[in-house]
Design a protein around this ligand. Sequence first.
Ligand code: PMP
Length: 448
Amino acid sequence: MTTAPSHLFYQSRQPRPFLDRGEGIYLFDESGKRYIDGSSGAMVSNIGHSNPTVLAKMKVQMDKATFGYRLHFSTHPSEDLAAKLAGLMPEGLDRIFFVSGGSEAVETAEKLARQYAVTQGQESRWKVISRTPAYHGGTLGALALTGGKLFAGPFAPMFQDMPHVKAPQTYLDRDNLTDEERGIKYAEMLRERIEAEGPETVLAFIMEPVGGASTGALVAPDSYYKRIREICDEYGVFLIYDEVMTGAGRTGKFLACEHWGITPDIIAMSKGLGAGYAPLGAVAARSDMVEALLDAGGFLHGFTYAGNPLSCSAGLAVLEEMEDHDIIGNCARMGEVLMSRLEGLMERYPFIGHVRGKGLLTAFEMVSDRETMAPLPKEMNAYSELVELAYERGLIIYSRRTRGGVEGDHFLICPPLIVTEPQIGEIMAILTDALDTFAANHDLPVME
Ligand code: PMP
């Protein structure tokens, strides 16, 4: 294996092979080994790798201009992409602000809500309530929302901690409530938190409509989404949907909020929007909010690369590709196929305790006991071992060991949205082989 150059560093010392090229759902390293990108990178490469149509459209823009600062020029790619995105948003969210990534999108959403509240004479509102576990980004402002020991760690003293409520991990609950009642129970925790903080201090509530890295594709009962919207309305608290991972088709609709007919006040997106072709993110907000900021002298916020024509041309080409090939429809169909194949794994592996997700944002969780949902021992390091076993076999999956107060291992299987049924077969064959080896390594039972 060729090791990474020593001048470069990321989170750890783990060496990885050099990437050579991508093609559809596959990536190839320099030795020619093929990998199925079963996690679309970090749930980014929604339309697959090296799409020639997207590359050709980007090349047209590249030949004209790759950068023009937004305070000096309007550009057609940014205007056209904003118009197209506005058309894909829930009604009323027709103003778009571009950024280059998810953390930037989240912080933009928070700052927009705050500055708007100030223009409305609501200076006292500044707290943004988030859920735990959650993942909203790694920059210090977003980290205050991400919270939790795992991510905040040594940085906790460097930012103002924000209030949190429990994420609705209803599959862990052992009570006599129906699923719908549990949804209400968790939503009402938001009301309690708002009351405890003092409603006049609460600015917004932010949530991932389907959890990503934080909760491993957590979907709440339907009742949760509706009640959260009602509570936010009741208290005049902005509802921010962090659709950084779920947006751009990942859950089988363009936005996850469409599954429940919910209109948030602000939506943050990234990942699948640029789909790995260029760094890109966007925030969608209501016109009245944006106009109030502009009337008050302008939004006090911006990033150098925001709305650059190259990223926007990539975003536009990605959206056109999704429309031309009904990629979101494929995601919804293949999501069902993948989900039932993953559920099938539960028959073979008693240590798989839960399978969940929406569209092609799917996950399974390992447990030591399905009844109690107790996690596997931490020392087993299941979350990293299975990923490595799959990687050796040419399948990339994504995992985490987090579960709020209780820790557990979950694995996200999120291939590009262009995946076909035979390719899901390939994914499952490698995954089963890796799981068999994992079980054998730890003397865990396998049902033949
Ligand atoms: N929000 C969500 C829901 C995410 O999944 C992520 C990235 N995993 C982020 C925000 C932060 O995005 P980025 O890493 O691009 O800053």
